[in-house]
Design a protein around this ligand. Sequence first.
Ligand code: GDG
Length: 463
Amino acid sequence: MSKKSEFVVVANRLPVDRVTDGEGEATWRRSPGGLVTAIVPVMQRRQGAWVGWSGAPDQDLEPFEAEGLSLIPVRLSARDVEYYYEGFSNATLWPLYHDVIAQPVYRRSLWEVYERVNRRFARAAADVAAEGAIVWVQDYQLQLVPKMLRELRPDLRIGFFLHIPFPPMELFQQLPWRRDILQGLLGADLVGFQSRDAASNFVRLCRRFLDLKPQGHEVAIEGRTVRADHFPISVDANELITLAADPGVQKRAAQIREDLGNPASVLLGVDRLDYTKGIQQRLEAFTELFEDERLKSGDAVFVQVATPSRERVEEYRILRDEIELQVGRANGLYAELGAPIINYMHTSYTREELAALYLAADVMVVTPLRDGMNLVAKEYVACRPDLRGALLLSEFAGAAAELHRAFLVNPYDIGGTKNRMWEAMHASPTERARRMRSMRKRVIEHDVDLWAKEFLDALEDGR
Ligand code: GDG
């Protein structure tokens, strides 16, 4: 395809999923999620193209159009998926960038494939970008793309956004390829992070390991200036408000409470099944409330939705077993016949069902040990115009910097988490409303559209 685009997004995955209809015909459907929703209108305005992997290994696909988007597939072999995606991205970078909660794997063979695959993405972007186009590279799987792309196409304006935390010196230092990653990112004109701390870590690391002399958040390199800044991502608040007002969703929420036996409190967790999310810590805190006899069956029910994730990575398989053992134990000890204290669902739901769960929950429990932002916390807040819910939120989630009226917890402190959980369950309606009102104001004013606009304005400003 020779058509060039003025605006190119480069991400590990394409924004569409392959679905098969009733007749067995395969088509593409836009993937759910804030990033796609926020960027699609921008792309439509600017003849945008999206470069990414289809999600299936060894698939040869020509560029195609779907959902009004121009899509450029990048091929990954089964080995690429194993080494670049499951390996370097999810067994090296993911744990390293999340406070080494799990031990990162440092293997040269993984790095080599990461480099090779990043180059493939950079070439695909270079081929499709028009003269002087804006290219926006997404996330930790593609940190080398900005530099590789600049070498191929110095005329482009390149932005990079990291969705996960960026670690402090003491941790980042471990990475054998630390200089390559920093240099990779510095190929961009603007490097965006979720938090101020992450942006500062990056600048400090450039000083320490590349001998550069940053001024504030600007790094001068090879006659250019790279800006590092924070742009906290958000949700499509309007979409969620509409969803929560839907009579079908509201009816379903009432049904869910009824199915749970109409307990005094419904607590909810919604996460990818990931060791960064603090699922074990929150379930331990909840179970201890029964052990302490502060709660008994019928007082409170915990619903934990754990969406299957990265199931071929060893750590994730172990975690799943541990959680399932923990849930079984807790119910074995404290449930009554037909009334588990924890309802654990290892599955994924539609947006409608998720909204109904948010509406049914008195306390939303979000306790990551480290999280770039955490959209679930913001989604819950957007879905509660009734002001009746309470949010229990980890200090280690990026979202805590904005949602400081949540019931904040340190998830490593099980005793403290348990008490705060109890407090959130028993807060008066006035207190819940006061906290929720302030959090809603923030999420509605700073939605995902504003996030994308602020990033792109900053990227174009520096031209
Ligand atoms: C990374 C960063 C950062 C979950 N289960 C279902 C479902 N979900 C949706 C949620 C939410 C999204 O998945 C999860 O987003 P989070 O932000 O909570 O977490 P990560 O997946 O780790 O995302 C994170 C984010 O990137 C964006 O920058 O905030 O810090 O780690 O939207 O609703 N959606 C549906 N069914 C499910 O069962 N439909």
